[in-house]
Design a protein around this ligand. Structure first.
Ligand code: FES
Length: 218
């Protein structure tokens, strides 16, 4: 007897390729300063810093000469000087100075990434720059709206990011994993509204006269 194969939706796991053409939170605005800061996105090390006009620059954290991490160099105005042989790069990623010679090879440049700052976040686009549309950045106005209480911070999770998505899309683990201080049984039994719109899913759980009204978007 022949077995009938049925198509099942595949769940994402550690083998799922990265999605490049999307906006990602690169940092909190307060984290990006005049100090050179390296952070890894989609397995690529990126150098972030704030330019003199206050805007944020993001370039690949790897000198094209001998692969030295540019975050270990120095900032000169809006330009980065590599800490190995002194090549200087503009915030566009183009090499503008080679101290040991008169000319700069045209191919000497590092990748620059589109950045949009919408406090409290700095957003980065790791994919095709031509597709980077700031209108696609998810709305997060409640993080700075006076009628909402918001908490933010940096949490380093030693796991695949897929696990984090799975974790935060179902907060009924709160009282069991984190204790009742983060939400008791009244929290997990509150009516839940799940909405899908385009590529995003939102889950809203309201507690009347309780201490939390929580919305998660993913
Ligand atoms: S490795 Fe950067 S200048 Fe040589």
């Amino acid at each position: 007897m022949n077995r009938v194969e049925t198509e099942r939706p595949k769940l994402a796991d550690h083998r799922t390729p990265f999605i490049f053409n999307e906006w990602y939170v690169a940092a909190l605005s307060s984290e990006v300063t005049r100090d050179l800061m390296a952070r890894t996105f989609l397995s690529r090390s990126v150098l972030l810093y704030r330019k003199l006009d206050g805007s944020v620059a993001a370039i690949r954290n790897r000198c094209p000469h001998r692969s030295f991490p540019l975050a270990h160099g120095t900032l000169d105005g809006d330009d980065v000087i590599c800490g190995y042989h002194g090549l200087k790069f503009g915030s566009s990623g183009r090499c503008i100075e080679v101290p040991s010679q008169d000319s700069v090879p045209a191919a000497m440049k590092v990748q620059a990434f589109p950045i949009v700052e919408r406090p409290p976040f700095v957003w980065i686009w790791m994919g095709d720059p031509a597709l980077a549309d700031p209108a696609a950045i998810p709305d997060h106005h409640w993080l700075s709206a006076p009628d909402y209480a918001a908490y933010s911070g940096y949490l380093h999770c030693k796991s695949n990011y897929i696990r984090l998505h799975e974790n935060v899309l179902d907060l009924t683990h709160f009282p069991y994993v984190h204790g009742e201080a983060t939400g008791g049984l009244d929290y997990i039994s509150a009516p839940t509204v799940i909405r899908t719109e385009g590529d995003s899913v939102s889950i809203t759980r309201r507690l009347k006269d309780g201490r939390s009204t929580q919305a998660m978007d993913g």
